[in-house]
Ligand binder design. Sequence first.
Ligand SMILES: NC(=O)c1ccc[n+]([C@@H]2O[C@H](COP(=O)([O-])OP(=O)(O)OC[C@H]3O[C@@H](n4cnc5c(N)ncnc54)[C@H](OP(=O)(O)O)[C@@H]3O)[C@@H](O)[C@H]2O)c1
Length: 349
Amino acid sequence: MSRPPVRFGLVGFGAWGQLHAQSIAANPEAQLVAIVAPSVASREAAAKAHPDACVYSDHRQMLAGTKLDLVDIVTPSHTHLEIATDALNAGCHLLLEKPMAIRVEDCRALIALAVRRGRQLAVGHELRLSAQWGEIKRIIERGTIGEPHYVLVELSRKPYRPGAAGWRYDQQRVGSWVLEEPIHFFDLARWYLEPAGDPVELFAYGKSRAAQRPDLFDNFSAMFRYQNGAYAVVSQTLAAFEHHQTVKVAGSKGAVWAGWSGALDRTLQPSFFLRVFDGEKLEEVQFEKQSGEVFELREEIARCVRMARGEAAPAASGHDGLWSAGLCLLAEESIRQKRPLPVGEMLGG
Ligand SMILES: NC(=O)c1ccc[n+]([C@@H]2O[C@H](COP(=O)([O-])OP(=O)(O)OC[C@H]3O[C@@H](n4cnc5c(N)ncnc54)[C@H](OP(=O)(O)O)[C@@H]3O)[C@@H](O)[C@H]2O)c1
């Protein structure tokens, strides 16, 4: 007997929210029951693209008017705390986009509330579900490169989109540009270096190219290290063109090198590769699936369906979301203080 689909309510129908909606609608085990979109224009767009979904202008109306299993929050980052709190209090599981919140104490509050309410909290680090970036984790777990000692995650891309009402270029609402994309790279590097435990120290540099927003860095690099001496480098420039990402991991006996390139971050025809050296031979990994955030988002929705049914853990938990946001905010602090900072001071480790 087929099971009823998992009932999704989507909050936010902007650039990324529309792709969430498509991924939910394309999943036969999921039902896009409701969409929240505040402006008339986005409400009209939502109703046209998804005529079977109820469209609301406020998430509280949706939570009061609809029975949902899971709320998927894809709104500007400063709104995450309030919407996620209301959704958990309404008894829903969450898929909460990164950054889960723009302050560490807010991340902690959400984790605690999810536990109190007995609900699952998944954070939108979909790179973990990538055929390409996920394969690197599996290579490390198989021991092919030995103990991981060094991770580099680097991105060179065109400037960020402004977002609805320009929120992404307003520090109060975006929190930090490190919380936008480098947050994924902190998460990946920390995931790959999981065998080393928790990071202990972090040092970062940042440079804006616009005098009117000196603290939103177009160029950003951070290094963080572990007790055993392993370390990671996370680096990004937004002052470039197209979208080109590199990951390198070196271990005690081998190494991997992966690259992803597209004219746009959401291209459906990216070029990408992954080369693995086990200390003796060099191999090119062959992929059956495409790599890229649009493909990873579909995997993320599928994972959330299983999570809501109690069949799987989130790919990235609230704890992972706290760490990724916390490392970003610590990097901002390191740039302000111009010195390396102990990680434990901020994350209570
Ligand atoms: N995981 C990833 O790879 C990834 C990629 C991109 C973005 N993100 C994250 O996803 C979130 C949204 O990013 P985006 O690029 O989609 O931004 P966006 O294009 O600006 O879209 C945000 C949408 O949220 C709506 N909104 C604003 N306040 C709201 C509220 N209180 N309740 C309900 N809806 C509200 C806006 O509606 P109106 O247009 O009607 O005003 C807008 O359509 C951000 O947190 C971002 O960091 C994650």
